[in-house]
Design a protein. Structure first.
Lengths: 148, 686
């Protein structure tokens, strides 16, 4: 996330998990897919939902709702898989909805507020307030690496 | 200049040149007087030097340069080839290889080579003739630049004469570049490129190095052997841009002879050397022999230019795209089947056929000859044999046999282990061999061939073979087998004991093998590749290690099985058979459910429990479907819900995120676009 601090504004993808809105820098996102058949992989943590066939590449899927202890909503038409790519890894996140792409001014990003204070705290790199919306910026390195 | 884009090509080509150096050095050791080989090595080293200097790898260029000096000495007969000298040259080639490896790994190719450089220098300066001959060269060079016309030495004259006798024309070609020519070296290269396609360049003035460095005005001369008539030659050469004029004249033999005589006189006058005259005879004869040889290599390189380099990643991408096509083809076929439209059916059928052909082509594109692995062995064997003071000859058969790239990458280390083992434990010391009535030199044959859907790689030696009693004694002592079991073992089974872990029969532990870790690693690597290894041995006569490998790892045959709604793939290579058992056939032994399978007690593994497959309601069936799988001698029965059938599938990894999932070796994409997991039977059986 150092990059985000260097720039005046950062383009992010905003998605929804339960009631909260989260954001990932757009350069880490490979694409957004509709929900598709997931093959369960046994002997993996519960938040690893399994793998999908993403245009010929077998891609693991993580359920962020499960990961952050957000109350699981039932899958519906809004459910999306956000494919992110980090350090040669391609991983998909299941989210309740992928809302939009927006520019957040760097000045509006605040580091780690106490307010959030929930389980996902360690995965958060900052919080941005825009137009009365509260966006939680995710630290993908942490989200992926602590899983190992 | 940004050289990054060329780095890959540089690394590939450097490796080729070094490999060729290695091969030729080995050949040179067999024929120390064959100057054609030295010339070949020199050419390789020279190209490598040029390339590395261009790419800015100074250390690499520097060491190559030093090596080149020694080769030059050999070429000019100032240095006599001895195994000791070759050792040093081999050592430098080793260093060069290490540097290239470093560069390809992202390093800067720096390496401490002082001792090797010193040795090279010692060889180079080892004889006093060196300086005298250097003087000679200088004289000749200055002579050449003052007088532009070509002068030939005895060696070159013989070549010219020989070619004329064989019906070739010999020409002297004078190329005049335009005064405003910007890329002289490039034009020179283009001219030489054309010439080399049409015939052989014998000599050029100024020398090729100088031409490459643009150390000439506008004009250069080339002596050329060809079958093409002058006119054709002229018009072809004029196609090179920025060439002002091409003059082609047949080389006048008598005049050339005179000149040669003159140079010989000049040489003898300049060089005060005693044995020069006696050695003179040999190069002439060698030159005569080398002419047809050159022709052969020439042809080879012409064929080689019909291939292009493709990054393996691109082939992987191509493969991926193709797989998607296959999946869509499956869908299309089912849609066409539903619609039952004549023309559509026909088109879909044709498409299916074409994509089948396409699949074959893509798969064969990934095939690489085993040569890429084998070609490092001659040098290794030579070195090991010297270290062990044994005499060994390595024979390689079938190096052109092709295997999938993924298998090739894995097979190198096991083979190294086996060859080391054969040299260390197989082939005996020369005295022992003599006593046994064998010739002193041991023979190791490395053979590769196709058979059915498999590739066999065999390593045969004519050494001591395997001593049954000693192996059994050791195995019993190490607790690998019991004394009772040992009694009833077949020779084959005894032989295979040497592949079990913790087994080492050598009483003295050597550097080369004998830590008792080598051969069991070989076995496990080969089994993980879906192959197997067998050993035949006759005591006193030698051993034969035979490795059977699948042609490709990316496409394997599997048995698809279903557990509730989930589909798993079990590699056919692990399956012995499938069977249906009754509930009453299942027995209990220490909390482990087992069945009696043809007199053997086989443990059962319920995959639904093991993989924690969610079931809406527990299953109570009278009959169970069982897949019997094996790992070596051990067996297990995997209980599944139902068998779907056998299928060829494309192996995929689970990606970098999900590494080491227990009992899953990978995944594949089924015809309906869904992912199925591949069961790793090796980790299921302990």
């Amino acid at each position: 996330m150092e990059k985000a601090v260097d720039l005046d504004s950062v383009k992010v993808i905003v998605f929804q998990l339960g009631e909260k809105e989260y954001a990932i820098p757009v350069n880490q996102v490979q694409g957004i897919e509709k929900a598709m058949h997931i093959t369960r992989v046994p002997k993996t943590p519960s938040y690893v939902k399994g793998v999908i066939n993403l245009r010929g590449v077998v891609t693991p899927i993580i359920d962020l709702r499960d990961r952050f202890n957000v109350k699981s909503t039932v899958e519906n038409d809004d459910t999306r898989i956000i494919i992110i790519s980090l350090d040669d890894m391609e991983v998909g996140f299941i989210v309740d909805a992928a809302n939009d792409v927006m520019d957040i001014p760097t000045s509006s990003i605040e580091p780690q507020p106490e307010v959030v204070g929930s389980f996902e705290e360690e995965f958060i790199s900052g919080v941005a307030k825009t137009d009365k919306r509260l966006l939680i910026l995710l630290n993908l390195e942490k989200v992926l690496h602590t899983l190992k | 200049m940004d050289t990054n884009q060329y780095l890959e090509v540089f690394i590939d080509e450097s490796k080729e040149h070094l490999q060729s150096c290695n091969e030729n050095l080995l050949a040179l050791e067999q024929n120390p007087h064959d100057l054609a080989i030295v010339n070949e090595i020199f050419r390789n080293a020279h190209t490598l030097k040029g390339m590395s200097a261009t790419m800015g790898f100074e250390d690499l260029a520097d060491l190559t340069h030093k090596m080149e000096n020694v080769l030059d000495g050999i070429r000019n007969e100032k240095i006599t080839v001895t195994p000791e000298i070759l050792d040093v040259v081999f050592e430098s080639v080793d260093h060069l290889e290490a540097m290239i490896d470093d560069i390809s790994g992202g390093g800067d190719g720096k390496r401490d080579v002082t001792s090797t450089v010193q040795k090279l220098k010692m060889i180079e300066n080892g004889e006093e003739i060196v300086q005298a001959s250097d003087a000679k060269e200088e004289v000749q060079e200055s002579g050449a630049s003052s007088n532009d016309a070509l002068q030939f030495d005895e060696f070159e004259l013989t070549v010219l004469q020989q070619s004329r006798e064989q019906g070739f024309h010999t020409y002297e070609i004078t190329v005049m570049l335009r005064a405003d020519c910007l890329l002289k070296a490039a034009r020179v290269y283009m001219v030489f490129d054309i010439l080399e396609k049409l015939g052989d360049v014998v000599k050029s003035s100024p020398s090729v190095d100088k031409l490459e460095e643009e150390q000439f005005d506008q004009e250069f001369h080339v002596a050329f052997i060809t079958k093409e008539p002058i006119n054709d030659l002229q018009s072809k050469l004029m196609k090179v841009s920025e060439v002002e004029r091409i003059t082609i004249t047949p080389i006048d033999e008598s005049k050339a002879n005179e000149e040669a005589a003159a140079t010989t006189v000049e040489e003898t006058a300049e060089v005060v050397s005693k044995d020069e005259k006696t050695t003179k005879e040999t190069p002439v004869q060698k030159a005569a022999n080398s002419v047809p040889n050159n022709k052969v290599t020439e042809k080879k390189s012409a064929q080689g230019s019909k291939t292009i380099r493709v990054n393996i990643e691109r082939l992987d991408i191509l493969m991926n795209l193709f797989e998607e096509l296959v999946i869509d083809r499956g869908r299309l076929q089912s849609i066409a089947g539903e619609l039952n439209h004549g023309e559509l059916n026909e088109t879909v059928e044709r498409m299916a056929r074409i994509s089948g052909d396409l699949q074959n082509i893509i798969l064969t594109m990934r095939m690489v000859p085993v040569e890429t692995v084998f070609n490092r062995f001659p040098k290794m064997v030579r070195q090991l044999a010297r270290d062990l003071h044994k005499k060994v000859n390595l024979e390689i058969i079938g190096a052109e046999t092709e295997l999938d790239r993924t298998v090739i990458d894995e097979i190198g280390d096991p083979l190294v282990h086996l060859i080391r083992n054969a040299l260390d434990h197989g082939v005996e010391d020369p005295e022992v061999r003599k006593k046994a009535g064998k010739i002193e030199q041991g023979n190791i044959v490395l053979r590769a061939y196709h058979s059915g859907n498999h590739v066999f790689i065999e390593l045969e030696d004519d050494g001591a073979g395997i001593n049954r009693e000693r192996v059994l004694e050791k195995a019993i002592a190490k607790g690998i087998v019991t004394a009772e079991a040992a009694e009833s073992m077949s020779d084959q089974q005894v032989n295979e004991l040497i592949l079990s872990s913790g087994f080492s029969t050598a009483s003295v532990i050597s550097d080369i093998s004998g830590r008792g870790v080598g051969l069991d690693v070989v076995k496990s690597t080969i089994e993980s590749l879906g192959g197997n290894i067998t050993i035949e041995s006759v005591e006193g006569k030698g051993s034969l290690f035979s490795i059977q490998l699948p042609l490709t790892l990316s496409i394997i045959s599997v048995m698809l099985v279903e557990i509730e709604k989930e589909i798993y793939a079990i590699p056919l290579s692990s399956i012995i058979e499938t069977s249906i058992i009754r509930n009453s056939d299942i027995m209990n032994a220490h909390n482990q459910k087992v069945i009696d399978f043809r007199g053997k007690v086989v443990p059962l593994l319920f995959l639904d429990e093991f993989f924690e497959v969610p079931r809406p309601e527990p299953k109570h069936d009278e009959f169970h479907s069982v897949v019997l799988v094996r790992k070596g001698e051990k067996m297990a029965g995997l209980v599944v819900d139902s068998f779907i059938g056998q299928q060829e599938i494309v192996l995929k990894s689970l990606g970098n995120y999900l590494t080491n999932v227990f009992a899953i070796s990978g995944a594949t994409i089924l015809g309906n676009g869904q992912v199925a997991l591949i069961v790793d039977c090796n980790s299921l059986i302990k």
